[in-house]
Design a protein. Structure first.
Length: 311
């Protein structure tokens, strides 16, 4: 039956009326980009994270610091820090490295708004240090620090030489001093995040050599989870002979995007055997601009390198 008649160049053409119907569409075909962005790539990212938990290696990851206060060991005339410095570990910025999942604070000679009594800064050594003024038998250094509330104190260490050095802490709003330790930091910061730290130096007579300290290191744990990577087991390492580093172990490491940033110069500690590795080359996997994982070349840290002193 003729339902629709049209004339084209004096000819009649008949055809049924056009009918429209809803058809099923494949979202993977119709909108591949959106499907990849919302479903596939996040799934790849999650599987990468799950993969390292099967045969996992727990690590402590030290990210190199590129901003912040210049270390007192930094020599501007040479544009170079002291390679053996225990404040910056040869990086040139106070702290040198920050452990992933933590924050840190370092009270050193570059710390702002220090209060000192009978103390001088010895700036003819690198890094600089605090010591008693000639003719004085006792003095102190005070610093006001902001501590994250109710966070575990991951590390606390005073770098000093001498027998008569003691450390105290109090709330900013209080005058009662407490011996500085992890417990006092945790309990005081639960009530008030701004604290005052005092480091006392003393000696028996003015003829005695003054005790001194270079810095106080504080680190707080912010993320309560472990970081895992995948790397070859023993026997799969290779020697870096092609770089004239005979005997130096190098290998490749797979790191999931749990770690948001990886840079050449970073260091991580294999917690199975306490060995240290330094990142020498980084390749990231980033489909559609979404970071899913890192492929990293690393070398073993040798026994004479300053990185062995990282806390």
């Amino acid at each position: 039956m003729i339902r629709n008649t049209k004339t084209f160049r004096n000819l009649q053409v008949s055809r049924p009326n056009r009918q429209t119907s809803v058809t099923d569409s494949d979202p993977l075909v119709d909108n591949a980009y959106k499907r990849s962005l919302q479903e596939l790539i996040p799934a790849i990212r999650q599987k990468s994270q799950n993969a390292v938990t099967v045969d996992r290696i727990n690590v402590k990851y030290y990210q190199e610091i590129t901003t912040g206060r210049l270390c007192s060991c930094y020599k501007k005339e040479y544009d170079s820090p002291e390679a053996s410095c225990l404040i910056c570990y040869g990086v040139g910025r106070v702290g040198g490295f920050n452990v992933f999942g933590t924050s840190f604070d370092i009270v050193d000679t570059t710390y702002p708004n220090l209060i000192m009594l009978n103390i001088r800064i010895e700036d003819t050594v690198w890094p600089w240090k605090f010591e008693l003024i000639d003719g004085q038998i006792e003095g102190y250094v005070e610093a006001t620090v902001d501590v994250p509330s109710m966070r575990d104190v991951d590390a606390l260490r005073l770098f000093y030489t001498g027998n008569y050095i003691k450390s105290y802490v109090r709330k900013f709003s209080d005058t009662s001093w407490h011996t500085l330790n992890r417990g006092s930091l945790l309990s005081l910061s639960a009530a008030e995040q701004r604290l005052v730290i005092r480091i006392n130096l003393s000696r028996k007579t003015v003829e005695d050599v003054s005790p001194f300290f270079t810095h106080l290191y504080l680190r707080y744990k912010l993320v309560d989870r472990d970081l895992y990577v995948d790397m070859p087991r023993f026997g799969a390492m290779r020697q870096a002979d092609n770089f004239n580093l005979t005997g130096l172990e190098v290998t490749q490491v797979f790191i999931p995007a749990t770690l948001p940033n990886v840079r050449v110069g970073d260091v991580f500690r294999d917690l199975r055997n306490n060995t240290l590795w330094r990142v020498t080359e980084v390749t990231y996997n980033e489909p559609l601009g979404i970071r899913t994982s890192w492929d990293v070349n690393v070398r073993a840290v040798t026994s004479f390198e300053i990185y062995n002193q990282l806390p």
